[in-house]
Each structure stands twice: as C-alpha cells, then as structure tokens.
Design a protein around this ligand. Structure first.
Ligand SMILES: [Zn+2]
Length: 88
C-alpha cells in the first residue's frame, strides 16, 4: 500500500520526508477500501513508518534543507489514533 501511495502522491520537488509521509498517509487512508483497517498490526507498522519519516526529517535538518515543512505536519493520522504520534 505504501508503494502505491508513492505512485499516487508523487510530486516534483518533494523532500524525502514529505514523500514518505504522503505515501504512508495515502496507504492509511485507503486501508478500509481493502478491508485492512481492522488489523492490530497497523499501529506497529505506523510507528515504524513514523520513525522512518522522522529520521528522514532529521536528516533534512542536518543537510540544511530550507524547504522542510513543519515537523508536526508530517505526523501520520489514522482513525482512532489521531493523536497517537504527536510527540511533545
Ligand atoms: Zn517509501
């Protein structure tokens, strides 16, 4: 689903962290279309992808990228877990 999200959401000039966020959020938003949204494993996978997105974001910071969006705009959301990944 994530890889299909890359195809669906790909745009020019995205930072890596944005690209990964958009692909993953697309996948989360379309799980129900395939009856996959009730799987308890989703939270584990979401956490792994959020860590991945955060690592790519931090790498962008280290590389002095000037076009990074606010980090909290790259927080994955899924029904029932709206605030699950918001870190203080
Ligand atoms: Zn990806």
């Amino acid at each position: 689903m994530h890889e299909i999200g890359h195809i669906e959401m790909s745009r020019p000039n995205l930072r890596r962290c944005e690209d990964e966020y958009l692909a993953t959020q697309w996948a989360l938003d379309h799980l129900a279309d395939y009856g996959l949204d009730d799987n308890g494993y989703i939270v584990t996978v979401m956490m792994d992808y959020q860590d991945y997105i955060d690592r790519e974001y931090d790498r962008g910071i280290r590389r002095h990228c000037k076009t990074l969006p606010p980090k909290d705009s790259l927080q994955l959301k899924h029904k029932g877990f709206e605030n699950y990944f918001l870190k203080s």
